[in-house]
Design a protein around this ligand. Structure first.
Ligand SMILES: NC(=O)c1ccc[n+]([C@@H]2O[C@H](COP(=O)([O-])OP(=O)(O)OC[C@H]3O[C@@H](n4cnc5c(N)ncnc54)[C@H](OP(=O)(O)O)[C@@H]3O)[C@@H](O)[C@H]2O)c1
Length: 166
């Protein structure tokens, strides 16, 4: 964090740097343990890799595909899962995705493996954010059951009482 001193008229960087590989869960866990008494305002995972731009899904080796997918999609989520408990309740969690990860915007192909990895990251982040807790779902489930108590017929409903196609 940069801090400005009006006394000296200069900025100073107040930061600590730790080097970990996203690909090594033990290193992520070790850093989380080291920081376990801290509270984070912002958790942002920036790291990412790309493969050869011209490689299509036909050209890429399985090893290279796995490297890009694991680095760009799985590993950022592992970091987020590990560090989320340290983030303040009003804090921010983010990842560096890419416009290349947009399904709708992909009208010209190219960067196929990289695109796939960022699209996977987007989906995993969306799932992470949308994950229901028991505290969210059970009260709504009970309300839905009470609402439908005594009503004849067969209903297929979600926990909010919305009809789900059979
Ligand atoms: N450049 C663009 O136009 C662009 C556009 C949209 C999104 N992005 C995204 O922005 C992020 C940064 O990209 P960039 O362009 O700045 O690329 P970059 O210069 O290659 O930086 C990538 C960073 O990720 C780190 N990293 C890679 N693999 C890692 C691993 N296994 N564990 C820990 N750190 C790892 C690298 O660390 P080392 O140097 O130590 O390897 C480096 O600091 C990426 O997620 C990228 O997909 C980039």
């Amino acid at each position: 964090m940069y801090r400005y001193s009006s006394d000296t008229g200069s900025w100073t960087l107040n930061a600590a740097f730790y080097r970990v590989s996203l690909l090594i869960p033990d290193q992520i866990a070790a850093l989380r343990d080291r920081l376990k008494d801290r509270q984070l305002d912002v958790l942002f995972v920036n790291a990412g890799v790309k493969n050869d731009d011209g490689q299509t899904i036909v050209d890429v080796t399985t090893e290279e595909f796995v490297r890009v997918m694991v680095t760009n999609a799985l590993s950022p989520m592992r970091v987020i899962e590990a560090f989320e408990p340290l983030v303040r309740s009003n804090g921010t969690i983010g990842v560096m995705s890419s416009g290349q990860g947009s399904l709708s915007n992909n009208t010209n192909g190219n960067y196929e493996v990289y695109r796939g990895s960022k699209a996977a990251l987007n989906m995993l982040m969306r799932s992470f954010a949308a994950r229901l807790t028991i505290e969210d779902s059970i009260p709504n489930l009970l309300t839905t059951m009470e609402t439908y108590a005594g009503r004849p017929g067969l209903h297929c409903l979600d926990y909010l009482g919305r009809a789900v196609p059979w």
